[in-house]
Design a protein around this ligand. Structure first.
Ligand SMILES: [Zn+2]
Length: 416
């Protein structure tokens, strides 16, 4: 039987993955449970917008009772912003597999309404259980439908309940050493810009560590190298769509909708400008329309790349649309062509550089008094100081779904 669960956590605690880890222990599964990240631009998501699914042996009301009992016990149903959804599917034939996969692909990259999930649930004969407004069935159904051609794994360690709310402490050197040995088979352990440890998320009870990597074996090895400074209640490995760019779709600007996750190819048509808060934006055109692309303050040095762009540069941008339809939140950029920039220098006369006689007034030789018009100016190329290629936001600002550059080209995977 297939089980999908979503939206059991609230901003102050719980985590749908923990519920899945408890169910794995209780029910037993043959495969790794799936942790499926969904469209990160949806504003009513809880923290990471992750849903889970698992496949267990047998079909019984007893299993359903256990799952629903755990959801009632652990989900933050009292929080009106927590809208759990649970789905059960006894089996999935090929036709329904296709429908569910299509639904997953939609849910990961754009806005999906509850009624669309209801319709798919009916078509594939899924039993649905909604709590509060029940929005969680969207993610629950998508998590069951997710078939991952490219995938990564995450090992999540959970704290003991007595440590909830307490400060996290970690042996930083053990993480640095783990990273040195297992990177890039594991990734996003440390932020290279700040040196910050990223495997211990701040204020994320009940999670104490999460290590991401290419396969379960490397995660087990990495976990063995970490020296936790507190007792860990349990560890669970998930198969996941994190770091795969599963959310991005090639689109044209004219066809964009709010909350879309997209790849756009175009030209810079407005020079970068800084807005309040230190965010840097530039205008992009692809011939069908125009959009502002933003490197937010949180993206650190990534903004230096954005700041260096000029009108005419040819780029591919990767990111998501927020509530204000005309801003793309950048996750990555590929610079395809840099416009040549020139400055005009005065020509030589009497073996000296002439001086500018003023704006549009030509040049004048100080020695012999000769005058020349502006057209005699010598164009000199200004070095751009930038290289073509990919640039992405630092790991600390990365969306769960965004593929780190270090993963590109793996297994024939490339989102370019
Ligand atoms: Zn002269």
């Amino acid at each position: 039987m297939f089980i999908g669960i979503d939206d059991t956590d609230s901003l102050d605690g719980m985590c749908t993955t923990y519920l899945a880890a408890l169910l794995v222990e209780k029910l037993g599964t043959t495969n790794y449970p799936k942790l499926i990240r969904l469209n990160p631009n949806i504003p009513w998501k809880t923290r990471g917008n992750g849903a889970v699914s698992l496949e267990v042996d047998g079909i019984s009301d007893k299993i359903k009772e256990i799952v629903l009992g755990y959801v009632r016990e652990y989900a933050r149903i009292d929080d009106e912003n927590t809208n759990p959804g649970v789905v059960f599917l006894e089996k999935i034939n090929q036709k329904n597999r296709k429908l569910l996969f299509g639904f997953y692909k939609k849910t990961v990259s754009r806005l999906v309404e509850i009624k669309e999930a209801d319709k798919i649930a009916e078509l594939v004969n899924a039993e649905t259980h909604k709590f509060n407004n029940g929005r969680g069935i969207v993610g629950a159904l998508a998590a069951v439908g997710a078939e991952l051609s490219d995938k990564t794994y995450e090992l999540i360690a959970y704290r003991k309940q007595e440590n909830y709310g307490k400060k996290r402490d970690i042996d930083k050197n053990s993480v640095i050493e783990m990273n040195r040995i297992t990177y890039p088979e594991t990734f996003d352990n440390i932020d290279p810009e700040t040196g910050g440890i990223l495997i211990a998320p701040r204020g994320y009870d009940p999670i104490v560590y999460g290590i991401r990597g290419e396969n379960p074996e490397i995660l087990k090895k990495a976990w063995g190298m970490i020296k936790p400074l507190e007792d860990v209640e349990r560890v669970q490995i998930f198969e996941t769509n994190q770091g795969t760019d599963a959310h991005l779709r090639n689109k044209k600007i004219s066809g964009l909708k709010t909350y879309d996750c997209v790849i756009l190819k175009g030209y810079v048509n407005r020079n970068p400008f800084v807005i309040e808060g230190g965010h840097i934006l530039f205008g992009l055109s692809d011939g069908t329309g125009e959009i502002d692309c933003a490197g937010y303050r949180q993206t650190g040095n990534f903004r230096d790349i954005i700041k260096g762009l000029v009108v005419g540069d040819k780029v591919i941008v990767y990111g998501g649309l927020g509530k204000y339809p005309n801003t793309l939140n950048l996750e990555k950029i590929k610079i395809l062509r840099l416009e040549k920039l020139f400055k005009i220098e005065p020509p030589l006369c009497c073996s000296k550089r002439m001086t500018s006689a003023g704006r549009e007034k030509g040049f004048k030789c100080r020695k012999c008094g000769k005058r020349l018009s502006d057209k005699f100016g010598i164009a000199k190329e200004i070095p751009r100081g930038m290289k073509l290629g990919f640039y992405d936001v630092p790991p600390r600002a990365r969306r769960h779904l965004s593929m780190p550059l270090v993963r590109m080209g793996r297994n024939g995977v490339c989102s370019a």
